[in-house]
Ligand binder design. Structure first.
Ligand SMILES: Cc1cc2nc3c(=O)[nH]c(=O)nc-3n(C[C@H](O)[C@H](O)[C@H](O)COP(=O)(O)O)c2cc1C
Length: 195
């Protein structure tokens, strides 16, 4: 079943791509170890240049000593809904190849693939998986003592789906899957077309 008419593919694809979206409503329930590790297992199998696997994930579960360290990095907007998440994950990539310590041009690209694997697996498992850039990257770098040859990419909130009514009023109206540009806006044959 298609998620909505608004999120309608132009061509036939597997439902997982359109069924994954980024809700904000979560129930506050905690996740089991298996539920958490299934996400990282999916990330593990992402492709990367030279199979370098430059991704690093640092996580905090709700109700642990680590939670506040992650949560307090968020901007207030994100705090307003992330409070009901069960897991926060900081995604970091390593800038240099492991085999020769030379710069990799694709460390972020590869780590993006790992994040997407994680997000799709979470969606398949019935979880909310929501990426965020709304946090203090500089403070995170200091707090987690991230060396310069690593790049902080994003933070992810994960949780069990919750009721839209429990979101702050201003977010309730935004709690629906978004659409996408037409393929013709970003695909061209033979030549680059600036659009
Ligand atoms: C790298 C990245 C950063 C994002 N940052 C935020 C954020 O700080 N707060 C937020 O509410 N959503 C954030 N989002 C969610 C996007 O707005 C969302 O993925 C986009 O609108 C597409 O919607 P969909 O994921 O539901 O398909 C972020 C997504 C990505 C991939």
């Amino acid at each position: 079943m298609r998620l909505s008419e608004y999120r309608k593919p132009e061509h036939e694809i597997n439902n997982i791509f359109i069924e994954r979206w980024s809700p904000r409503a979560m129930s506050g329930e905690i996740l089991s170890e298996d539920e958490i590790m299934s996400l990282f297992e999916a990330a593990r199998w992402a492709p990367s240049s030279y199979n370098n696997q430059p991704w690093k994930f640092v996580y905090a579960r709700k109700n642990t000593e680590y939670w506040d360290k992650f949560f307090n990095l968020l901007i207030d907007f994100n705090k307003s809904w992330v409070k009901d998440a069960a897991l926060l994950i900081l995604i970091i990539s390593k800038r240099n190849f492991e085999y020769n310590n030379k710069p990799s041009v694709s460390h972020s690209f590869d780590t993006g693939a790992a994040w997407q694997n994680l997000a799709l697996q979470g969606s398949i498992n019935g979880l909310v998986v929501h990426a965020m850039e709304g946090f203090d990257y500089e403070k995170a770098k200091q707090l987690f003592k991230i060396p310069d040859d690593y790049k902080i990419e994003a933070m992810i909130a994960v949780g069990k789906p919750g009721k839209k009514e429990n979101l702050p009023k201003e977010l309730q109206g935004r709690e629906s899957p978004s659409s996408r540009k037409k393929i013709g806006n970003f695909v061209s044959e033979g030549n680059f077309i600036q659009q």
